[in-house]
Design a protein around this ligand. Structure first.
Ligand code: ADP
Ligand code: MG
Length: 244
């Protein structure tokens, strides 16, 4: 399979601190890659760099052969439409209704869509993530888990081909988490490219084609699905690595 997204010697520093160091990896098109490792290791930063939400201090992020930092406005808008991000803390706008939050990406990326079509698309997406409550309320009225579902729906509403998911099953009960796992599986079957951050070995085993272990801001090791499932020592190492 072709490579869709590539990090080339990417480093990221903030406040005189190196957070990601010389990170290189080629994500495969149509595959699911899990980013794992201990808290504070740099997983969210690598995911945001991969999605073009942070600009590297050094190195390049290449999407379909183009450096994200040097894209034209039009190319950048296309990249934003094709890729969607679910944030670790959901990151929903506090002063907007849930409907407005879900409608905005459609207004930006599909300006020709009618109000009725937008409404239909939003309802379909909410049914897929399993959110059943009303939409004319603000995010502060939701539990953390419900906010996650809305964050997921916002990411899916434009039907992206590239999904970035950060700690996406955290704060969900088992039934909501299982629903999202099934949803991700459906998208895998449609050969979409998925990058996700998780500490949950069960979810990683269930979904990932490739696993990146990130320690101290560096790519420490990579594993394939076969290695994860067949090698018990490796599973132990991974469990310890995640727990440490
Ligand atoms: N903008 C920033 N400024 C300063 N420190 C940051 C910034 N972003 C992340 N960090 C620090 O970098 C480290 C890695 O963060 P993060 O990528 O969120 O790790 P993870 O997702 O693996 O828990 C943490 O110690 C975090 O506090
Ligand atoms: Mg994180």
């Amino acid at each position: 399979m072709a490579d869709i997204l590539e990090l080339k010697n990417v480093s990221f520093s903030a406040q005189d601190q190196v957070i990601v160091r010389d990170f290189s990896y080629q994500y495969e098109e149509g595959k699911t890659t899990a980013l794992t490792g201990p808290s504070g290791g740099g997983k969210s930063t690598v995911l945001k760099l991969s999605a073009g939400l942070l600009v590297p201090s050094h190195g390049e992020v290449i999407y379909k052969g183009r450096n994200i930092a040097h894209m034209s406005r039009k190319e950048n808008l296309e990249f934003r439409e094709e890729g969607a991000f679910v944030f670790q803390d959901s990151a929903l706008w506090a002063n907007q209704s849930l409907f407005q939050i879900l409608e905005l990406p459609l207004l930006v990326h599909f300006p020709g869509m009618s109000a009725a079509e937008r409404e239909k698309r939003i309802q379909e997406t909410l049914a897929a993530v399993g959110y059943k409550k009303e939409l004319n309320i603000r995010p502060s009225m939701l539990s953390m888990g419900e906010q996650k579902l809305i964050g997921f729906a916002r990411a899916l509403v434009c039907r992206p081909r590239l999904l970035f998911l950060d700690e996406w099953t955290e704060s969900l009960d088992d039934s909501a988490a299982n629903r999202l796992v099934r949803l991700v599986k459906n998208r895998q079957e449609a050969h979409e490219t998925i990058l996700f951050v998780s500490h949950d070995l069960r979810i990683i085993r269930n979904l990932a084609d490739n696993v990146l272990m990130i320690l101290g801001g560096e790519l420490s090791r990579t594993f394939t699905r076969e290695q994860l499932n067949s090698d018990e020592d490796l599973a132990l190492y991974l469990e310890k690595g995640i727990a440490s």
